[in-house]
Design a protein around this ligand. Structure first.
Ligand code: 4NP
Length: 174
């Protein structure tokens, strides 16, 4: 998003917004967040893009966890074509907004970002629903299918609110 000022008035210029979802492994939570958010964006007719990454590189190149894929598909979202990648410093340059799943992810992104760290861009994803409560999306890695459904519902509600907030923000700025 860019803003331009002309004769004292602020104009909002629509350029595609780029959103990054981050968790530890980029295999369970952030691929779900990417798929859910991209689906909502597409349905809203916006040309924004979403990507995801992990702070660790354990699963680079792998598709999302089978249960993340199953639960996403159960909800009409296909995430099978995603591939795990590790978060990198350039992500601060390439994305407008970075949503992390938990406080460890936040600390890791801050540490990995070094001088590129931009605190304005990074939020806990559940802050959208519960501001200032530092709520976390639980890691379902050692859990059962039920845990993946729980995470899906949580992310679905958070992504609804994020889309609403970002669109309202843009409407106010026009
Ligand atoms: P995620 O879950 O951060 O939601 O992708 C995890 C996936 C893999 C591992 C840990 C968490 N792991 O240790 O391999």
């Amino acid at each position: 998003m860019f803003y331009a000022q002309c004769s004292g008035r602020l104009f909002f210029i629509f350029v595609p917004m780029k959103i990054l979802m981050v968790c530890l492994g980029n295999i369970c939570r952030s691929p779900l967040a990417e798929g859910i958010m991209q689906d909502k964006i597409n349905r809203a007719g916006l040309e924004w893009t979403v990507d995801s990454a992990g702070t660790a590189g354990y699963h680079v190149g792998e598709p999302p966890h089978k249960l993340s894929q199953k639960v996403a598909l159960h909800n009409g979202v296909n995430i099978s074509r995603q591939a795990c990648r590790q978060f990198c410093i350039a992500d601060f340059r390439d994305f407008d907004k970075i949503y992390v799943m938990d406080r460890d992810n936040y600390r890791n992104v801050k540490q990995m970002g070094g001088e590129a760290w931009d605190g304005q861009k990074v939020s806990l994803i559940l802050d959208a629903l519960y501001p200032d409560q530092e709520k976390e999306v639980p890691d379902p890695w050692y859990g059962t299918e039920k845990d993946y459904h729980f995470v899906y519902e949580m992310l679905d509600k958070a992504c609804d609110k994020i889309l609403l907030d970002l669109r309202q923000l843009s409407a106010k700025k026009q």
